[in-house]
Design a binder for this molecule. Structure first.
Ligand code: AMP
Ligand code: MG
Length: 491
């Protein structure tokens, strides 16, 4: 262990730790310890998030912050564990668990929330299988950028509190700098956690379900049929979440059931990326050969993942298996309409519409078809629609002009001025998203030259995505080679 030269009283930092998860049946986790690291050094600290969490990182010396976020000096009340879970990966079932993550416990925030504090890349656990339990700097900074961008877009997500380098090399296809990300999430309970518990024993499953309901759906704690209502509530949050993804062109990339949080937050940023030109078949992940997790498949896959959750709950739904299946099927059958409802409401807002008309679906679809045919950029098209004049060449085509006048007529029905409508549209259509080439540029500067300034500039622009800052314009352009971009799992 590295002993820091300054030790800081936890009360000064502001930790208010609890260990509610590790009071669950012990088949659900395994005690774990962060590995010793030779030379911890802070790469980035999220002071703004720390403030929201009631933490004051400013009281820590650089050395003490590095020791803390490298797991060398744990908060006094932390009880580190690796969480057990299973999952369907690309459709196939596997027993998994935190192979390179360690949950320190939960922190009580000043606003009364309970959040997981978790290290990613802090060494092997009982669930590491053949993995080394480590993470490289690039993928951890990448998760930091994308998760913080998602939060700024207003999309439920885990957050990134800190990244430290460890001074230890991580062997991938080449040696890389090792790093640890401190992740903050409503919880890390996954569909896969339920799949694991259901395969262990009924008491563990019931305890997990009760705990999850108390923590994430407390209004259901004493409800009759609470497990059925729980399934319906999880499905509802997932429908809302995947609709939010679709509305900004976010592609998660690896929607395995172990990467789906029951809280309804986006978690496990691996090969994710934002779509540029609109195309439902867009895939960035190098391992997703069949396009299982393509942009346009995300809603269907969410429903498939919810079916895996439903299976785990059957024994809790009703003593009669036939009845349980019927109940679960009914909830799953509601999903497409639930998703469609959220998506349509979001799309109407993107087009500045405040009322609902039966023809809206067709109006939206015609625009999307045009975007696909003309390879128009998804983000910029919606943003451009809120400008007074559309000057780019591809907007001068008859197809687009016909659509535009239909849309103008539809807005006209609502009796608002264009200026008012456009102002509303700018509050829901981001001007900037984390463009792949911009993310890569920031990571390259950090990894190759130890220069975090490029990343800080990017993070500043991404922190207010709906307002175009004076320095924001260069971040709007799609990458020159948009279709050839590939992402990797980072393992
Ligand atoms: P992911 O694709 O990141 O969602 O990870 C899938 C599973 O592999 C999870 O159980 C991870 O904990 C595990 N895993 C990924 N990378 C490593 C690693 N380097 N060492 C140990 N386990 C890992
Ligand atoms: Mg994962």
């Amino acid at each position: 262990m590295v002993t820091p030269t300054t030790s800081v009283d936890d009360n000064t930092v502001g930790w208010r730790f609890d260990n509610t998860y590790s009071r669950l049946p012990d088949v659900l986790f395994a005690p774990a310890q962060p590995a010793a690291v030779p030379a911890p050094r802070v790469s980035i600290l999220n002071h703004r998030l720390a403030n929201e969490l009631g933490l004051n990182l400013g009281v820590l010396s650089a050395e003490a912050a590095a020791a803390l976020f490298a797991g060398q000096e744990l908060p006094a009340d932390a009880y580190p564990v690796a969480q057990a879970y299973a999952g369907h990966q690309f459709g196939g079932f596997a027993m998994l668990g935190d192979g390179r993550a360690i949950l320190l416990g939960e922190h009580h925030t000043p606003s009364g929330k309970l959040v997981d504090i978790q290290f990613k890349g802090s060494g092997p656990t009982r669930f590491s299988r053949r993995g080394d339990g480590l993470a490289a700097l690039g993928p951890m900074l990448r998760e930091y950028i994308i998760s913080e961008a998602m939060a700024a877009l207003g999309i439920p997500t885990s957050r990134s509190l800190a990244v430290v380098t460890t001074g230890r090399q991580v062997l991938r296809t080449s040696p890389l700098r090792g790093a640890i990300l401190t992740r903050v999430a409503a919880s890390h309970i996954r569909v896969g956690t339920f799949e694991y518990a259901a395969r262990r024993d009924e008491p563990a499953l019931r305890a997990l379900a009760d705990y999850t309901i108390d923590r994430h759906y407390p209004e259901l704690t004493t409800a009759p049929d609470k497990y059925l209502k729980f399934l319906r509530a999880v499905a509802d949050r997932q429908a809302a979440l995947v609709a939010r993804w679709q509305l900004v062109g976010f592609i998660h990339g690896v929607m395995n059931t172990d990467n789906v949080a029951i809280s309804g937050e986006t978690i496990d940023y691996g090969p994710c990326a934002f779509m540029n030109a609109y195309d439902p078949e867009t895939v960035f992940s190098s391992i997703d050969h069949a396009g299982r997790y393509a942009y346009g498949n995300q809603p269907n896959i969410t429903q498939w993942n919810l079916a895996r959750l439903a299976e785990t709950l059957l024994t809790l739904l009703d003593a009669n298996p036939e009845k349980s299946v019927a109940m679960a099927m009914e909830v799953l059958g509601e999903f497409p309409a639930q998703f469609e409802g959220y998506w349509l409401a979001g799309m109407r807002k993107k087009l500045g519409l405040q009322t609902a008309e039966p023809c809206d679906n067709e109006l939206i679809q015609t625009l999307l078809d045009w975007m696909q045919k003309s390879r128009a950029d998804f983000t910029n098209t919606f943003r451009d629609l809120s400008s007074e004049s559309l000057t780019a060449d591809h907007y001068q085509t008859p197809d687009f002009q016909v659509w535009y006048s239909r849309w103008q007529q539809r807005i006209g029905q609502e009796g608002r001025s264009n200026a008012e409508t456009f102002a509303l549209m700018r509050t829901v259509n981001p001007a900037v998203i984390p463009r792949n080439h911009r993310v890569e540029e920031a990571l390259a500067a950090a990894e190759e030259h130890d220069d975090l300034s490029v990343m800080h500039r990017l993070l500043t622009v991404l922190a207010s995505p709906y307002e175009l800052r004076a320095d924001g314009a260069p971040y709007q352009a799609p990458p020159p080679d948009g279709c050839n971009y590939q992402t990797f799992c980072g393992t």
